[in-house]
Ligand binder design. Structure first.
Ligand code: ADP
Ligand code: MG
Length: 248
């Protein structure tokens, strides 16, 4: 989260005061779009994920978008946001949905079921739901999907001379996606029905006054909270003492 914040500051500064300051998007304020058209970003992220998916699987599911603006029906849904963050989150969700869909229907004679996106604006929340029929994940495993490096795809081998980007396998798509969502007071939740498919919902704040930066606070009581956490250690959550295996 701190890294997202640093990058945001550096980007913002160079975009506003750097040599190429006037070459950017004229209506943007640095990396912030005061009227970010959410459905357009959904479409862009879908197109990018689709290209990647087609490269690996020679096929990709279609996209169906539904827009519900409960504040101003029939008007496009806009929000003050950093489009690159939104793109990043949606790109990850589309890649996951596409992989699940294609892998489930690989040997089936029916066509691929489309991935659906629903963009909804309410008074407080702007929600984006990405739904697929890729077979879903059992309830027991849902929390695990947010662990860094958890992936059911084979680990990709990166060859420096090749620029091919893997579709999946590093296992940090979802946890980082959730950091981006939470960074401006939003949330990412996964609802899955095993045997059917998955709904991933990004909740954002509809009002810019609510979407202030959320940073980790390291004070004494926060530290105590981290120390008593029941999670097992990993590189993202190191501990100084070896754990007592009989307790865990
Ligand atoms: P990666 O895509 O690199 O594996 P992610 O963090 O994006 O890492 O996802 C972790 C795992 O969660 C995936 O490997 C997959 O098993 C599971 N997963 C995520 N999204 C879906 C989905 N829409 N349907 C089924 N499984 C999913
Ligand atoms: Mg992924």
């Amino acid at each position: 989260t701190n890294r997202i914040s640093f990058r945001m500051l550096i980007n913002q500064h160079t975009l506003l005061f750097g040599d190429t300051a006037c070459l950017g998007q004229p209506k943007h304020i640095g990396s912030i779009d005061p009227a970010c058209n959410v459905t357009e970003v959904v479409r862009d992220a879908y197109v990018s994920a689709k290209m990647l998916c087609e490269k690996y699987y020679m096929t990709a599911p279609e996209l169906k978008i539904e827009e519900i603006n409960s504040k101003a029906p029939k008007k496009p849904i806009q929000v003050v946001y950093v489009p690159s963050h939104l793109f990043h989150m949606l790109f990850e969700l589309f890649k996951n949905s596409m992989r699940a869909t294609v892998e489930l229907y690989e040997n089936s004679s029916e066509g691929l079921p489309p991935v659906k996106a629903m963009v909804t604006l309410g008074k407080e929340d702007l929600s984006i739901k990405i739904s697929d029929k890729g077979g879903g994940v059992p309830l027991q495993k849902i929390d695990r999907l947010f662990n860094y490096t958890y992936s059911t795809a084979p680990t990709p081998h990166l060859v420096p001379s090749q620029t091919a980007v893997p579709l999946a396998g590093f296992g940090y798509g979802l946890p980082i996606c959730r950091l981006y969502a939470r960074y401006f007071q939003g949330e990412l939740s996964l609802y899955s029905i095993e045997g059917f498919g998955t709904d991933a919902v990004i909740h954002l704040k509809a009002l810019s006054s609510d979407s202030f930066e959320r940073l980790p606070v390291f004070n004494k009581s926060a530290w105590r909270h981290y120390q008593t956490g029941p999670e097992a250690d990993d590189w993202s959550n190191p501990s100084s003492d070896p754990r007592d295996a009989s307790t865990y």
